[in-house]
Design a binder for this molecule. Structure first.
Ligand SMILES: [Zn+2]
Length: 130
């Protein structure tokens, strides 16, 4: 028997993660469609009703890149959610990857796909800054 969370708790977190996953997929879909539509409009060269100013074009490009940035962030988050779901199946959920202590419940509730306890996360962030 491993030292992880009890079955009832795991089930709660699993539901949370599944909801979050669905939300994330919806958002990625929305943003992707939005970005795709904009690209197609540009490619077809349909500028009717648009005054062509460089500033507008720049804003469009910026917006598209911004959206792509969001999508890649959300994809990353999605991967972390998948990881967390896997850890639930392995009964290792809620245990810090680094120090193997149980992660604080408040922290898990706030970020259900979190991989490290607060202390380790801070250490990792410090290391990454150097
Ligand atoms: Zn830790």
């Amino acid at each position: 028997m491993k030292k992880g969370l009890d079955r009832k708790k795991l089930k709660e977190y699993k539901e949370k993660l599944l909801n979050l996953k669905e939300e994330m997929l919806e958002q990625i879909k929305d943003i992707s469609e939005d970005t795709l539509m904009k690209s197609q409009k540009d490619m077809s060269g349909d500028m009717s009703g648009y005054s062509i100013h460089m500033a507008d074009v720049a804003t469009d490009n910026y917006e598209r890149e911004f959206n792509i940035g969001i999508v890649s962030d959300e994809r990353k988050m999605l991967l972390e959610i998948e990881e967390a779901l896997k850890r639930i199946e392995d009964k290792e959920y809620g245990i810090c990857h680094k120090c193997e202590k149980i992660i604080n419940a408040t922290r898990l509730n706030a970020i259900p796909y979190v991989q490290y306890c607060k202390k380790c996360q801070e250490e990792i962030e410090k290391e990454n800054k150097v």
